[in-house]
Design a protein around this ligand. Structure first.
Ligand code: AMP
Length: 449
C-alpha cells in the first residue's frame, strides 16, 4: 500500500488514479529514505518502477514548501529523449493534483521554443545533458535554487559520453539538498568517481540488478548460419509466436533498415527506429507501437533506450549485444510489471562467445531451441564443455550435439569473430558520442562494486 509512505495526500490520490496498488521493491526500498532527505545511489533496472521511486519523494519535497515560481527546484537528467519524454509524462501524472509544473529540454526540438518555456520557469526540469548545457551556456538557466537533483540511468549517460556534461551540470546544482542517482548496473570507475563527487553520504540500494531479469521472461537462443538465415528466423518467429508487440534489436542501422524492408514486404505492420531517424519519426514509431497500429519495431539499442511500451512481450536479438548490461537493457523491455515475455537471441558463429559470456555473467543458461523447418548447419562450436549451471555436471548427449560449450576459461580475451555484415558500429547508433565497446565476458557487463 502506498499509504504506508508519508506522502502528501494529493500525491497518494494520483497514485490511486494510476492504479498502482502495491509499491514495487525499489519503491519500498527507496521512497522512505528519500523522503527523509537522504542522498541515494540505487541500482535498479528499467521496468522496476524506479521512476516513481524518485519522482514521488521529489514531488513531496516540493509540495511541502509552496514557493512562487521563480526558480527551477528540481532537475532530472537522463540519457535519451524518449526516456526524458516518458519521465515527463510520469511527473505530470503524479503531479496532476498539485501546483507543480514541469518542463522538458531535449535535443531535436526547437531551441527558441525551449528558451521561451524556460522563461516561464518550471518547478521541475527534465532534460538530456547536451541540450541543457547549450541553454546553460546561452544564459537561459540558473540552477542556484535546485533542491533535488536526479541522475537517472547514470551508467548509460556515462556510456554515451556525457560524463563531463553531467559533472558540470551537477556542479551548477551544488546547493542541492538532495541527489538521487539511479543506474541499471553497478557501473565502472567513471560511475564510482561521479558517485564520489556528487553524492553526500549516500545510502546504497541494490535491487533487480543485472542477473535478476524479470522472472516472467523466457530466454532462448537459436543458432543461425548467416544474416539471411536470421531474417528467415525472425519472420518465422513473428508468424508463429503468440505476442502482442515485438521488438527486434540489430547492432547496425543498415541491418535494421534491411530487416525492416523485408518485414514490410511480407506485410508485417512494422516500424524502424534508429539514429538516422529524426525526432518526428521516432515519436511516430513509439506512438504507433503504443496504440497498436504497429506490432513490430526494428531498432538499434540507443534508439530504443528508455522505451516503455505496454504489451511488449517478444524481444528478438538479431545480433547479440556487446555486453551483458546491454542484454539486460534489451530484455528489460519485456515481461514488465509481472507480465510474461519471451526473449530469443539469434546466434551466428560470431555471436557465440558473446552469448556464452553473457550467460555466465547473468548466471543463466539460455534455453537452446531449434526450428525444424529452418534448421541450419551451424549448431555452436564443435567441442563441448557444458557452461554455467551445467558446468561440472555430466554432459548430456543432446548438449554435445547442440554444442552448449563455454568458449574457454577466459573468453574475455578472445575477440568474437564477427562476420563483417554483423559488425556493430563503434559509434553510437544515434550518431552522438562514440560508444565505448565494452569487453564482453568475465563480467560481460561492467565491473562489479
Ligand atoms: P519504470 O521502471 O519506472 O520505467 O516503470 C515501469 C512501468 O511500471 C511503468 O509503466 C510504470 O507506470 C509501472 N509501475 C511502476 N510502479 C508501479 C506500481 N507500483 N504498480 C503498478 N505499475 C507500476
Amino acid at each position: 500500500m502506498f499509504s504506508q509512505f508519508a506522502l502528501h495526500e494529493r500525491l497518494l490520490k494520483a497514485v490511486a488514479e494510476l492504479n498502482f496498488a502495491e509499491p514495487t521493491p525499489v519503491q519500498t526500498a527507496a521512497i522512505p529514505p528519500a523522503l527523509e532527505g537522504r542522498d541515494l545511489r540505487v541500482i535498479a533496472q528499467t521496468g522496476s518502477g524506479k521512476t516513481a521511486a524518485f519522482v514521488l519523494p521529489m514531488l513531496n519535497r516540493l509540495m511541502g514548501d509552496a514557493k512562487p515560481r521563480v526558480n527551477i527546484r528540481a532537475l532530472i537528467l537522463l540519457p535519451t529523449r524518449e526516456l526524458a519524454q516518458q519521465t515527463l509524462k510520469q511527473v505530470e501524472l503524479f503531479s496532476q493534483f498539485t501546483f507543480i509544473k514541469s518542463g522538458l529540454i531535449t535535443g531535436g526540438e526547437d531551441f527558441k521554443v525551449q528558451a521561451a518555456m524556460l522563461r516561464k520557469v518550471p518547478d521541475v526540469l527534465i532534460a538530456t545533458p547536451g541540450r541543457l548545457l547549450e541553454h546553460l551556456n546561452a544564459g537561459h538557466l540558473d540552477f542556484e535554487q535546485v533542491e533535488v537533483l536526479v541522475l537517472d540511468e547514470a551508467d548509460r549517460m556515462l556510456d554515451m559520453g556525457f560524463a563531463e556534461d553531467v559533472q558540470r551540470l551537477a556542479g551548477e546544482c551544488k546547493r542541492a539538498h538532495q541527489t538521487l542517482l539511479f543506474s541499471a548496473t553497478s557501473g565502472g570507475a567513471g560511475l564510482r568517481e561521479m558517485i564520489g563527487s556528487v553524492l553526500k553520504d549516500p545510502l546504497h540500494l541494490k535491487l533487480n540488478s543485472v542477473g535478476e531479469l524479470n522472472e516472467g521472461t523466457r530466454q532462448q537462443i537459436i543458432t543461425a548460419d548467416h544474416a539471411y538465415h536470421k531474417e528467415q528466423l525472425v519472420e518465422w518467429l513473428l508468424n508463429h509466436e503468440t505476442y502482442q508487440k515485438a521488438i527486434i534489436f540489430t547492432n547496425t542501422r543498415v541491418q535494421a533498415d534491411r530487416l525492416y524492408g523485408r518485414l514490410v514486404a511480407k506485410e508485417f505492420k512494422a516500424f524502424v527506429l534508429h539514429g538516422d531517424k529524426d525526432q518526428k519519426d521516432r515519436k511516430l514509431a513509439i506512438e504507433r507501437l503504443k496504440q497498436g497500429g504497429t506490432k513490430v519495431l526494428v531498432a538499434t539499442d540507443v534508439a530504443a533506450r528508455g522505451l516503455d511500451v505496454e504489451g511488449l512481450d517478444l524481444v528478438i536479438n538479431f545480433d547479440m549485444p556487446c555486453s551483458g548490461d546491454e542484454y539486460v537493457h534489451r530484455i528489460g523491455r519485456t515481461g514488465r510489471a509481472g507480465g510474461e515475455g519471451l526473449a530469443v537471441s539469434l546466434i551466428g558463429h560470431g555471436d557465440w562467445n558473446l552469448m556464452s559470456s553473457i550467460e555466465r555473467y547473468l548466471k543463466q543458461n539460455f534455453e537452446r531451441r531449434t526450428i525444424k523447418e529452418l534448421k541450419g548447419t551451424y549448431q555452436g562450436p564443435k567441442k563441448v564443455k557444458a557452461s554455467g549451471k551445467a558446468a561440472g555436471t555430466k554432459k548430456k548427449k543432446v548438449e554435445s550435439k547442440a554444442g552448449a560449450k563455454a568458449p574457454s576459461k577466459a573468453p574475455a580475451k578472445r575477440k568474437p569473430a564477427r562476420p563483417k555484415s554483423d559488425q556493430p558500429a563503434l559509434v553510437s547508433q544515434d550518431g552522438m558520442a562514440p560508444l565505448k565497446r565494452r569487453k564482453p565476458a568475465a563480467g560481460a557487463g561492467s565491473a562489479s562494486e
